[in-house]
Design a protein around this ligand. Structure first.
Ligand SMILES: [Zn+2]
Length: 282
């Protein structure tokens, strides 16, 4: 099927008390692994790419082509989401190219500038039916070209969240509740009481970034309290890389494309199945 818009998928997941996995993609086999896992688990899934992945694939148009190809024979809805974009022109290009969801990340700016920049993206994207996610508060760690040091990371204020959603008209809000991009430098400890307060302040689906390494009971608690989308990137890069190393170091490895790449694709597919299942349990 064609790519789906993200908003109805998130609202459906929220109504069921579940969350969707959003997974970083950069090549066709990775997109296929997500789609195959989604169909095995009978759950929708989200393909996501940021500026770095888009550049690697040769531009946002190519990411759209890859995603469409992978989703072509899917029985489950698949959305394509632009992750952490800061520039209006780049977001417009993604909307025009066929992304079904975009994230504007102006969280480093002041509240009023974040509202202004996010509002402009909402106006443009909604005309094309495209879902908009934005961020309030700062999520720590490194992702792509965004590097938030510990001292700059701060958690989302519930009252600001309510105002932000009302003023911008966004469809989903990425919240800072103690999750971190990349590998956790300390044991993850999500601030569930804060998440509850944000949930009470606004009804839209909430997004958890930095899904790698969060213990399952904290994941469950976050979904119970309003998280409808969980972004996963780091652990899939680790899985892909480790599988590649293992394949090459094993005795009898012969140089052929399936020998080299199929085990990594399979390892990703198993990881996606595990996460999609975990996020999609009631
Ligand atoms: Zn993120």
């Amino acid at each position: 099927m064609d790519l789906s818009y993200m908003k109805p998928l998130l609202e459906q997941a929220a109504a069921e008390g579940k969350a969707l996995g959003s997974f970083t993609v950069w090549a066709l086999d990775v997109c296929q692994a997500v789609v195959e896992a989604a169909n095995l688990c009978k759950r929708p899934a989200i393909l996501m790419a940021g500026k770095i992945e888009a550049r690697y694939a040769g531009g946002v148009k190519n990411i759209v082509r890859l995603a469409k190809l992978a989703a072509e024979n899917s029985d489950m809805p698949i959305a394509l989401h632009l992750d952490h974009a800061e520039e209006y022109g780049f977001i417009r290009e993604a909307v025009d190219s066929g992304f079904t969801s975009v994230m504007i990340d102006a969280s480093a700016k002041s509240f009023s500038e974040n509202v202004e920049r996010t509002g402009a993206v909402v106006e443009y994207a909604h005309r094309a039916g495209v879902t908009v996610e934005a961020e309030l508060g700062r999520i720590g760690g490194v992702e792509g070209n965004i590097d938030v040091r510990d001292e700059d990371a701060f958690q989302t204020d519930p009252d600001e969240a309510r105002q932000f959603v009302e003023k911008t008209g966004i469809d989903a809000l990425a919240v800072g509740i103690g999750s971190v991009h990349g590998v956790y430098p300390f044991p993850p400890n999500l601030n569930i009481p804060r998440l509850k307060n944000i949930r009470n302040a606004t009804a839209i689906p909430l997004v958890l970034h930095g899904g790698t390494g969060i213990p399952v009971e904290q994941i469950r608690a976050s979904i119970k309290n309003g998280i409808s989308k969980i972004n996963v990137c780091t652990e899939l890069l680790i899985t892909y890389g480790q599988s590649m190393t293992k394949t090459q170091s094993a005795g009898g490895f012969r140089y052929s494309v399936p020998n080299l790449f199929a085990p990594s694709k399979q390892a990703l597919k198993e990881l996606f199945c595990m996460r999609i299942g975990q996020f999609g349990r009631e």
